[in-house]
Structures are given as structure tokens and as C-alpha cells.
Design a protein around this ligand. Structure first.
Ligand SMILES: Cc1cc2nc3c(=O)[nH]c(=O)nc-3n(C[C@H](O)[C@H](O)[C@H](O)COP(=O)(O)OP(=O)(O)OC[C@H]3O[C@@H](n4cnc5c(N)ncnc54)[C@H](O)[C@@H]3O)c2cc1C
Length: 416
């Protein structure tokens, strides 16, 4: 029998985004808040991130992932917010009905407002089409992290890591500390993709070689990985014939990008931004479907968890207001932001006129001493100096509502 539950705000996902959104929804007046998590514990990806570096912005402390999550789990419990574990949301409808499966059966959750906080997942070997045989010993970096940090399982003895994003870098250090020899980190771009601090602390401090402008072209081995073939790439990121090298290893770790997990959002008809691969949202973090809000890595892949928390607090607040029929109805159309030089993504993509909005950007190319310009109706109203930019780091700017009250056009660019 279908078990029916009615709530004010349903939050999908119990990672840092879901936790902060649920707490904020409750604190902003939503009486019945329900958090639904498919895993067996709250905290999301933080549970397996046992390195420190979390909470630097919000708490001015370098916490581990579990320590950071615990702060919010305790608050959730204190506020007596309902949550379901081992419960997977299988379907979300545009009318905000959620179909949830768990051991106790099948549940229909009817929500006045929904917060999407499902996080993201890793790209796999299939997604990047590496040639070669199909031996064991090929892992995604997050899966390897889960095996080592949560399940106490060792994954190999000598490894090559493809991808120098933060996840790949952190795993290079983690595996080294566990006695694995990291033969190389291979990066297709001409610059490291992760935060500078992680390049220093995770590679340079351990003398791990980083091969920029290189990729893995083939995985070799019969039952277990025996080696990888790497090659230099040209400016179109295509391997250059004749530059191949063989590196012996028994393990390959793929750290080649995260994809926001938006199956449920798509199913509900939420408009997706092809660049962020997350929902298109406005200043209230409301998606194209009224009453459905989004935050965290399901909205755009974040570099710092602190920003995820702040964003989710806003999503939870606006969701509570929607559920209580208190969401302000803007009297003008939302303003779509246009992207100029060296700006790859912006979130939110649409501005509610007159509302203060924090904007997050990512750039295409790294650079030094650049300026972020926010131009409203042809007038450059924010000029932010950026001593160093890289595609892996988000740029943030706060746009005051007074600038957009009567505005028609907002344009952003990162220039000399
Ligand atoms: C290796 C690694 C290192 C990092 N290092 C740092 C660092 O040093 N400092 C820092 O600030 N940040 C770091 N981060 C980034 C930070 O951890 C993330 O930005 C943050 O955890 C994202 O939070 P989230 O809640 O959006 O997603 P997640 O933590 O992924 O949570 C999403 C949750 O949703 C659940 N879910 C998904 N679909 C469903 C469904 N259909 N039904 C029910 N539940 C569902 C998932 O099970 C998951 O628990 C790191 C990330 C990684 C992977």
C-alpha cells in the first residue's frame, strides 16, 4: 500500500546542501520539513573526505569532512527535523509529489516546496572512452576514496591518476600515505585543474610527477591493469602521434569530472543549463518550476563546502517562504545574465529585479591580475580585482538589489 506523507518542505539529499537547506527551512517557519537520503547516514560525500580543509570560510577552522557534517547533523537533530535514511527518491513530479522507496515500502510525499540537493556523480571510463582491454584495477577517484576511507579496503600498489582536479590531487596524497606508489598524475589541460593549495600539499610535498597536456590513451593488462599508455596532446586536446610513453602500474584512478545528478530534476521538467549541467535558477534559487529550489553540487559543482552551506541556507529559506505562501511575486520579468570574455558559467542565471544576489562564476582559462566586471545596462557597477584565476576556483560577487531594480541587461566578463 502507498504510504502518504504531507510536508511543507521536502529536501532530497542529506549532504551538506540538504542539511543546511532543511535546517534553514525549519528556522524560517516551515513546520513540517522532511529530509530524504538514500545512503545509510547523513553527511553525503563529506563522510568519506577525512582530510581537513573544510569550514575555512564559515568557521575559520580547518575541519575534516565528518567534523564539518557533524555540526549540521547535531543542529538538525536539535531542531527535531524529520529525516529518512536508506530511502531513495525515485520520482519527482512537477506538482511536487515525490515517490520514495525504502525497506518499509513505497511512499508518496506530497510537498508544498521541494529543495533539490542530490549532489553529483563521477564521470567514468565509459564517459571518456579510453581504449584498451577491460582489466580490473580501474576505479573512479571517489569510489577509491570510499573503499580506503570507509571500508578499509586497499585498491592497489602502484597507480596512475588521470585528472588533476581536487579529488584526484587529494587521492594522490591519500594513496601515498597508505603506501601506494603514485607513478604520475596525468592532466589533459596545460594547467593543474585543482586548487593551488592542493597541488602543493598533495603533489609537490610528496614529489609526485604531474604531466600537464597529457592524457591516458590506452589501458593495458589482461586480468589486472599492467600499465597505461600516455601521450602529449595538442591545442585541440588530441593525442600527438609519436609522443606515447608506457607507465607501469596496477591501478588507474579516474578523476575526470563530476556531473550534477539531475535525473529527478529532468523528470520533473526543470530546465537544465547545458554548461553547469544543473538547473537554471533565479536569485531565490528557484528553478523553472515554481516551488522547486536547488542548491549545492546538484546546482553547480562547488569548490568549497562553505559556499554550498550558504547557498543551501538561502534555498531552504526561500522554499519555506514558498510553502508558507510568502514568496514575493516580482512585478518585473527576471533579468537573464549574459556571459562575456572568459566566463564559462554563472549561478544564478537569472536575477530577480531588486533582490540582493550572490553570483558565482567559473572561467575558461587561468590567468593573473584580471578584473571581473559586472555591467548593468552598459554601466560597469562592479570591478573586482582577481590576482589569480583558474577554472577550478569559483569567483564570487555580491550584486546589490538597488542596481537591478530597474535594470534590463546584466553582462559579466573577466578581462585584463
Ligand atoms: C574528494 C573530495 C574532496 C573535497 N575536498 C574539499 C575540501 O577540502 N574543502 C571543501 O570545502 N570542499 C571539499 N570538497 C567539496 C565538498 O565536499 C562538496 O562541495 C559538498 O560535499 C557538496 O555537497 P552536496 O550536499 O551538494 O552533495 P553531496 O555531499 O554529494 O550530497 C548529496 C546527497 O544526496 C543523496 N542523494 C542523491 N540522489 C538521491 C535520491 N534520489 N534520493 C535520496 N538521496 C539522494 C546522496 O546519497 C548524497 O548523500 C571535496 C569533495 C570531494 C569529492
Amino acid at each position: 500500500m502507498l504510504n502518504e506523507i504531507e510536508v511543507d518542505v521536502a529536501v532530497i539529499g542529506g549532504g551538506p546542501a540538504g542539511l543546511a537547506a532543511a535546517i534553514s527551512a525549519k528556522e524560517n517557519g516551515a513546520e513540517k520539513v522532511l529530509l530524504i537520503e538514500r545512503g545509510s547516514r547523513l553527511g553525503g560525500i563529506l563522510n568519506q573526505c577525512i582530510h581537513d580543509g573544510f569550514g575555512l570560510v564559515l568557521f575559520n577552522k580547518s575541519l575534516t569532512g565528518p567534523e564539518y557534517a557533524e555540526i549540521f547533523i547535531e543542529k538538525l537533530l536539535k531542531l527535531k527535523i524529520d529525516y529518512m535514511l536508506n530511502s531513495m527518491v525515485l520520482e519527482l513530479t512537477p506538482s511536487k509529489k515525490l515517490y520514495v522507496a525504502n525497506r518499509n515500502g513505497y511512499h508518496l510525499v506530497k510537498a508544498k516546496a521541494v529543495v533539490l540537493a542530490m549532489g553529483c556523480r563521477e564521470r567514468t571510463r565509459g564517459a571518456i572512452k579510453i581504449a584498451g582491454s577491460r582489466p580490473s584495477g580501474v576505479y573512479t577517484a571517489g569510489l577509491a576514496q570510499n573503499f580506503i576511507n570507509l571500508q578499509n579496503l586497499m585498491i592497489g600498489r602502484t597507480a596512475v591518476i588521470l585528472g588533476s582536479g581536487d579529488v584526484g590531487l587529494i587521492m594522490a596524497r591519500r594513496l601515498t600515505l597508505e603506501g601506494v606508489k603514485i607513478q604520475a598524475v596525468v592532466e589533459i589541460m596545460p594547467f593543474p585543474y585543482g586548487l593551488r593549495r592542493n597541488v602543493v600539499q598533495c603533489l609537490e610535498d610528496y614529489n609526485i610527477p604531474l604531466h600537464l597536456s597529457h592524457t591516458v590513451t590506452e589501458i593495458l593488462g589482461r586480468s589486472r591493469v599492467e600499465a597505461v599508455k600516455i601521450a602529449k596532446v595538442d591545442e585541440n586536446l588530441k593525442p600527438i602521434p609519436g609522443t606515447e610513453k608506457i607507465i607501469q602500474c596496477d591501478t588507474v584512478l579516474l578523476s575526470v569530472g563530476l556531473i550534477p545528478e539531475n535525473e529527478l530534476s529532468r523528470q520533473a521538467g526543470v530546465e537544465i543549463d547545458p554548461k553547469t549541467q544543473g538547473p537554471v535558477v533565479n536569485s531565490m534559487l528557484q528553478t523553472s518550476i515554481k516551488g522547486i529550489f536547488a542548491c549545492g553540487n546538484v546546482l553547480h559543482v562547488n569548490d568549497l563546502v562553505d559556499y554550498v552551506t550558504v547557498e543551501a541556507q538561502k534555498a531552504g529559506m526561500w522554499a519555506a517562504k514558498y510553502a508558507l505562501n510568502e514568496l514575493p511575486e516580482p512585478d518585473r520579468k527576471e533579468i537573464e545574465i549574459t556571459l562575456g570574455e572568459n566566463v564559462r558559467t554563472v549561478v544564478p542565471q537569472k536575477i530577480v529585479p531588486g533582490l540582493d544576489t550572490s553570483l558565482f562564476f567559473r572561467v575558461y582559462k587561468p590567468g593573473k591580475n584580471k578584473t571581473l566586471n559586472i555591467i548593468v545596462d552598459g554601466k560597469n557597477i562592479i570591478q573586482k580585482k582577481c590576482p589569480s584565476i583558474t577554472p577550478s576556483e569559483m569567483l564570487k560577487a555580491d550584486l546589490k538589489g538597488e542596481y537591478t531594480l530597474n535594470a534590463e541587461k546584466i553582462h559579466v566578463e573577466v578581462c585584463e
